[in-house]
Design a protein around this ligand. Structure first.
Ligand SMILES: [Zn+2]
Length: 379
């Protein structure tokens, strides 16, 4: 059997977890690799609040390196399960993963501060109320020139490993998920992902057209340009989604919407009045404030994530007010959602991410360079 067939067979063994790992568990798993044969752990930076950001490497055979970065978005936890699965394979000397012919590097958690702010719902995946009360979104793009310590850490990892494949392990497991998409910076390779797209259709997740094209991805990729990797490193992203939309969200009764809108104005006022003192409160209030426009436009994801300011209100001793606002947000969401979405098993989301990775690794193996531009017909 060919190598990719063997590795892809393995994906069937991914089990359904009952929740996502917490930051402490991710760090524990990472550190425990230190005494395993072939693994090397180093610290490549600190988060804005001073938490370590680690780089795990495996393999010293001088093969081409695939660098996987987790938690570029701290509310997207599928990466941790995919990485833990890959580590279990790498620890096993008989695993067919070793025949792929790659060295590996992993950043298990690029945004530890943000993961801590999301942990509450990681413990209760699929529970929308837990998501509304426990999620938080960051503003780091990991795209242009680094401005924040976490972006510098990614750059440091790229400099140290000189990867030929850079995998940003995003996902849409958070509610409601905009839709599955998979993207590589090389157009020719993008066109060879047919087997992969057929795979996810088989497990019931339909791909949607990616919001950007290979060309855009390549043009915006600061790190490739800055480190002379533009022609020799493939940049790739895969976002399995967490929910299947069964029908368009319901229109809520006018009274529910009116109450939501009224409470949103009240919430906005409170956010403006609060003068958060700690870094933690500032982060929550900043995220909530940045969501307000999308909340006014009744975007479901923004309503859930933007509710993070309620946590700050409770810290501020405005618990009753926070509870009342939360009730109105929840009432509105409930009216929109009843029976409209169904959760996709977590194991399928992990399988999709791994299937994408192995498909690209296999297709990329025979390539000497990446990011070719299709010849554009002259006007
Ligand atoms: Zn993302």
């Amino acid at each position: 059997m060919e190598v990719s067939g063997t590795v892809l067979e393995l994906i069937k063994q991914v089990r359904e977890p009952n929740r996502y790992p917490t930051l402490a568990e991710i760090l524990g798993r990472t550190r425990s690799l230190g005494d395993k044969r072939g693994f090397h752990i180093e610290t490549i930076g600190q988060s804005r609040l001073g938490r370590d950001i680690d780089l795990v490497s495996f393999g010293t055979r001088g093969q081409r390196t695939a660098l996987l970065s987790g938690f570029e978005d701290p509310h997207e936890p599928i990466c941790s399960l995919s990485m833990i699965w890959l580590w279990e394979q790498l620890v096993d000397p008989d695993s067919p993963i070793h025949s792929l012919g790659y060295d590996w590097a992993f950043i298990p958690c690029l945004n530890p501060d943000g993961v801590l702010r999301n942990e509450q719902w990681f413990r209760r995946p699929g529970d929308l109320r837990a998501f509304m009360n426990g999620s938080w979104e960051d503003e780091l793009p990991f795209w242009g020139a680094p401005q924040h310590p976490e972006e510098h850490a990614l750059e440091e990892a790229i400099v140290r490993t000189r990867p030929e494949l850079l995998f940003g392990m995003h996902d849409e497991s958070h509610f409601p998920g905009h839709g599955y998409w998979a993207l590589v910076s090389d157009e020719e390779l993008q066109e060879q992902l047919g087997d992969h797209f057929a795979y996810e259709s088989r497990i019931g997740v339909d791909p949607v057209p990616p919001p950007v094209k290979s060309q855009t991805m390549r043009n915006n990729w600061y790190f490739g340009r800055a480190h002379g990797l533009s022609g020799c490193c493939l940049s790739m992203i895969c976002e399995p989604r967490g929910y299947r939309q069964l029908s368009p969200p319901h229109d809520p009764e006018e009274s529910v919407r009116e109450r939501y809108k009224a409470v949103l104005s009240e919430y906005e006022q409170v956010l403006r009045e609060m003068a958060p003192s700690s870094d933690e409160e500032q982060a929550l209030v900043r995220c909530a404030t940045s969501c307000l426009d999308r909340m006014r436009n009744e975007r479901l994801f923004a309503i859930c994530v933007g509710a993070c300011g309620l946590r700050s209100m409770r810290e501020y001793g405005r618990k009753e007010e926070a509870n009342s606002i939360e009730g109105a947000f929840w009432g509105y969401l409930n009216a929109r959602l009843h029976g409209t979405y169904v959760a996709i098993p977590i194991r399928d989301q992990v399988r999709i991410q791994l299937h994408f990775l192995f498909t690209v690794l296999e297709k990329a193996k025979s390539r000497g360079s990446f990011n070719c531009t299709r010849s554009v017909p002259s006007p």
